[in-house]
Design a protein around this ligand. Sequence first.
Ligand code: XUL
Length: 542
Amino acid sequence: MDNERARGGAGDRLFLGLDLSTQSLQGILIDESLTVLGDCSIHFDTDLPAFGTTGGVHRHEDGVTVTSPAPMWVAALDLLLERMKAERWPLERIVAVSGSGQQHGSVWLNAAAESALAGLDAERTLGEQLAGIFSRADSPIWMDTSTARQCAAREAALGGPQAVADVTGSRAYERFTGNQIARVAQEQPDVYGATERIALVSSFGASVLAGAVAPIDWSDGSGMNLLDLRTRTWWTAALDCTASDLARRLGEPVAPHTVVGRLHRYYRQRYGFAGDCAVIAFSGDNPNSLAGLLLRDVGDLAVSLGTSDTVFGSLTEPRPSGEEGHIFVNPVDPTAYMAMIVRQNGSLTREAVRDASAAGSWERFEEHLRATPPGNGGRLGFYYRAPEITPPVRTPGIRRFDAQDAPVESFAPAADVRAVVENQFLTMRVHGTRVGLAPRRIFVTGGASRNRAVVQVLADVFGVPVSSGEVTGSAALGAAYRAAHGRQCADAGRFVAFKDTVGSRGGGTVTVEPDPAATAAYNRLLDRFAALEARAVFRASR
Ligand code: XUL
């Protein structure tokens, strides 16, 4: 890192954000003006090859179980801090650290965990000292789809998918932690019996830093199908149909800005951290990205156009759907919520149409978009190259309709390009509206946000201005902002609005304004689009 710059950073106090994602552990250091001073990552596959992961995970032979070794995350933390020390990061000026974890993953801790965490000795590595704290060292993660049976049983016990969504924010999803816990309790009762505490990846990260099992925060806790969104307490009926004596194993959930402990002396003695460094509750990666992209106001929507497309934003009133989308407690405003939609058919689907209809060229793709009218003369296409989450589609396929709703085999190349882009944004609008998202402005990030003609369609479909800009490491950055926010709340002895911590920064670089005539065309199309989409998809059934 540019140490001179760090030493010259605004104010004396620095904040550290960590992101334990599927493939890597990233650390971002910011100063009081929230300027990034340092950014460092450990990549699990290459930096810790002894754990034998591919993409940070182990895919099991049954084809549905996916786990990551929790000891790998522990080893990664020592490695990251060693690098920061070697690069002479001013760790002694960090007054708060917070973090982010891939959502839904669970870490299984035995009765030895509390004392091993509390007694960390700076002469030995974390890996050596924490090797014996797991009742199972393999953590099921969000890519695991092995719990269809538990989802069906828990939904049946709790009154169906809509009833589960009404209380927890989402219908039962295979990757959600409550369903994962039910599977372990049923299939490995000895493991469950030997488990003293169950952490999320996020709360586990905070535990290793604080030297004590840290509480789960409300926002990441919303990804478990166990938390009552409105009371922010565990839903007793959901606990009861999951596993015995679960409340004790989960501990009490807390607000995301809570100080969950002080950084253990291990880090002071081994790496030179300050004595007074607060550990702020860790949260999920998507909640942290909401903070990192500075979506401060209700009506600010983030659209991330990546391998999968994600849409999320803040809400004041949750409107959970028993069919689609997720509602979480908001990570920076404990009285508010966030809604999120995940679409599997993102960039690979756009690229397939680019290859087939624009000779593999993004320039040609953009020319096609500019040469065709908004609304595509009534043509609508539905492109599911892979099974889809929103809307649920189990059997991949492509369906195209002409202006009279008649199925057609193909479109001319330019119309095909427009159809795939319009499909992706119209579906975000239709399904986003169903979970209560009503954007006033959009921040778009990810690969396709560099294509201005694509961003123009996004602005036109939603009828709001769209800013774009690449934010790398939005989850780690959000964790660093939340560290600053949590520390500010603690110092003030009361909740301080996140806006007061982050000020007026953010908002992106280029703003594309919607064309009112184009938006009117999309408004007219919307009902027809939703009806045809319902016809085009094969709904997933359990
Ligand atoms: C969200 C989800 C993923 C993980 C990725 O529900 O499953 O986005 O959080 O880390």
